[in-house]
Structures are given as structure tokens and as C-alpha cells.
Design a protein around this ligand. Sequence first.
Ligand SMILES: [Zn+2]
Length: 299
Amino acid sequence: MKFGTYLFEPEKVLGFDFDLFRVKPEVGRRQPPRQDMYSNVAIFGDNVTARNHPEWVSQSEHGPALRTNDRYNFRWDILCPTVPEYREEMLKYIEEVDRASQGIWLNSIHFADHGHCTCPRCKEKWQKSGLSWLEWRKKEVTDYIAQIRDVVKKELVIGLLPDPVSSYERFGIDFDALAPYADAFNVVMFSKNYATPWYWEMLCMGFKKLLKKPMYISLYVFGPGDDPKEVPSPAELLTVSVRCGRTGIDGILYLAGKASQIVDFQKAAVDKIELRQKLRNYGCPEVLELVERWEKIVG
Ligand SMILES: [Zn+2]
């Protein structure tokens, strides 16, 4: 297994195998990539572009893909994925970011959710395609990833939302169709707590069965602006890491706003002597060895 950080600032943290920097998160703000970090790019989730181009926001019978639309669970504003100018611009952007960093980890590659996008352009493209609605959506998503694969010369990792069953109907995502273009998948499993590790472990097993490429998961340590009382406890994070790790996944990333919040987690994990002892028989020595590595750095 490999372990990485997943950060909103361009800082590396000692004690990990690699570091992923959110050069363009879904809020839409862009920061320059770093040569010695991987770059995380959210494509169609983009609050800044949605504000500047309201005509590009994805449409549906139940309203647009905006955070204010309570029919859906949108955490950010989402663009229609067939806007030619935006696709072109993102392709160039991703090519540049790849050149200036260790490689690309994508998020938000897909349609917003069930029933998106019904803008006039999408309706016309679908009708001309002769395909079923769902197959047309899948083709739009897959063909764009194929174009991205052509411009990314380094590692390309495709981010997935944690829905192993309905990603095709909801997002136009077909895991098998995307696999040939992906060096790996990253299933984001963000939560403000991991009090019931059973669910996360089950999701890992489900995805591990489905995905035909190496699979990472991403866990939530501390988001930007979070109240310290409302983030997962170090004990929950250690336990869920071990329980997910034993399903055969290939690695875990830890998300935080700042590198210092990851260091705080490392220190707290090192101090959990009794829990680390208890987790020895759980069947994932890799996570415990990671904490032993941290002991030498932050202990
Ligand atoms: Zn559309």
C-alpha cells in the first residue's frame, strides 16, 4: 500500500509516499502546481466558472446544478460537461499542469447527477447521437477522458464519488470504460466522522470488486475552515484506515486544508499506543507501519 497527503496548500509532509496538491479544487480557485507534488484538478465542479458563465451551468428538470438546489446534494456548482470552449480550455490547462508537476489526479469528470444535463446543446447532441440517453452520457464522459489521456504524459488517476452501484445512471460513469485510460482510481470517502467503519469497509470491498485498476481511497482529516470539534478523531481515522486497508485497496490519501493539520494527525496517531496495539490483529500491518514511520519523524 501507498500513503499520500491530499492538501489545499502546496506543502509536502514528511512520512508519506507522495503528496497531492489541489491546484484547482471545486471552489474553482487556481494555484500554480508544484514540480514535486501531484496535481488534483476538479473539472466540471467549478464555482468560479459557474459564477462567470451562468449559461454553462448544468440543467435538469429539477433545476440547475447549483449548491442552492435542494433536490440534489451538490456541495459546489457544476457545469454542463459538453461546453466546447470549456472542454478545450481545461484540456490545455491539464496539459500544462501535468508538465509542471508529477501528474494529474482528476475529480468531477462527469455529469452532475440523475437527470443532467438537459440544456439545449446536450439535448441536440444526444438526439443526433442515435444512442440511448444513458449511453450518450457515458460516451461524452469517456471520450473526454480519452482526450485528457492523450495530453497527460505522466500519471493519470481518475477520482470517483463513493457510489459503486449507480454511477452509470447518475454520472455517466462506466468503470470498465474508464479503466483503460486510468493508471488508478481514487474513491473519495470524505466524512466529518468515521464512527461506523463498517460502511466504509463495505464500500472498499464493493469498489475493489468492480475496478480493474489499482484503487486508492481518500479520507477526511481536516477541511478548510472546519471547527476542530467537528472533524474525525485520530482514533476513528486510524481504525477506518486499517479496516479499509485490509480489503486489498492499494493506498490511502489523507485530506486536509493545511500541512500542519496532517502533522497534528500524525502526532495524535503516534500517541494512540493502546489502539495501535489493538489494531495489530486486524489484518492491515501497512497502516501500523506507517504510524511507526511517523514515530521517528514527529515522536
Ligand atoms: Zn448540457
